[in-house]
Design a protein. Structure first.
Length: 244
């Protein structure tokens, strides 16, 4: 039975090596110093336009809020998906329950890398896979506008996720497959500025592909079917095809 003991030993060693490799590959990755150096004090007026283009209130306003109350970004909306129910958090300026204590670098890491100030991976229900294409100047402007919004006390409820989706660390592997700052649609050299600007708006802050594109079994957007329509995330209804 010596061969069996050797086989078990090999399996244990390989399993351990795989676990170590997986742990290393799934580590949250923050912006490097060069990227952070591109941030500068933002312009709140420009940031308001980005805020509206991104539809931030659609997920982060209190459910049922109307008018100016939609700027009270307390979160709480339930987003039901095949992976579980995600609840957008409080992103108001409350320093305890929201993001009021975040610095500009914390905000940029969340938007561009999907990493929290405490160093955890955010779930991609927060569409940072699109925001990763945004310019640092626009991130700074959005941060400046967010600082003008009211603080709202109270944490939103937590996500409702079963195993293995409740293991945030695993999102690091998902990011290696789906997180990229590169454009989805390649345009020819010399494309008009307004076309380039439109691509940026659609693929970045507007994150249109997050709802209007189908997803694969891991929840990643199928870029070959970009904007071709999809089954709604909650499993019923259809998000329309908005390709030409």
């Amino acid at each position: 039975m010596a061969w069996l003991r050797k086989l078990v030993g090999v399996v244990i060693v390989l399993g351990g090596a795989g676990a170590v490799a997986g742990w290393a590959l799934s580590a949250p990755v923050r912006l490097d110093a060069a990227a952070l150096a591109q941030l500068s004090p933002g312009d709140a007026a420009r940031g308001k336009r980005i805020f509206n283009a991104g539809g931030c209130t659609s997920c982060h306003a209190r459910p049922g809020a109307k008018g100016d109350a939609r700027l009270e970004l307390a979160g709480g909306l339930e987003l039901k998906t095949p992976f579980g129910t995600f609840v957008p958090p409080n992103i108001s300026q409350d320093p305890k329950d929201g993001i009021g204590a975040w610095g500009e670098d914390d905000f940029a890491n969340a938007m561009l890398k999907g990493v929290s100030p405490s160093g955890e991976n955010f779930y991609p229900a927060f569409p940072y896979a699109s925001y990763a294409r945004m310019k640092p100047a626009d991130i700074a402007d959005l941060y400046a506008f967010m600082k003008t919004l009211p603080a709202v006390a109270g944490k939103a409820p937590g996500h409702k996720l079963g195993f293995p989706f409740n293991i945030r660390r695993g999102i690091g592997l998902w990011k290696r497959l789906y997180l990229s700052p590169e454009p989805v649609i390649a345009l020819p050299d010399g494309a008009p500025d307004k076309v380039l600007a439109g691509r940026y708006l659609v693929e970045g802050p507007g994150h249109c592909g997050e709802c209007h594109s189908p997803r694969d079994v891991a929840g990643g957007v199928k870029k070959a079917e970009w904007l071709a329509g999809a089954v709604a995330a909650e499993g019923s209804g259809v998000v329309p095809n908005i390709t030409p």
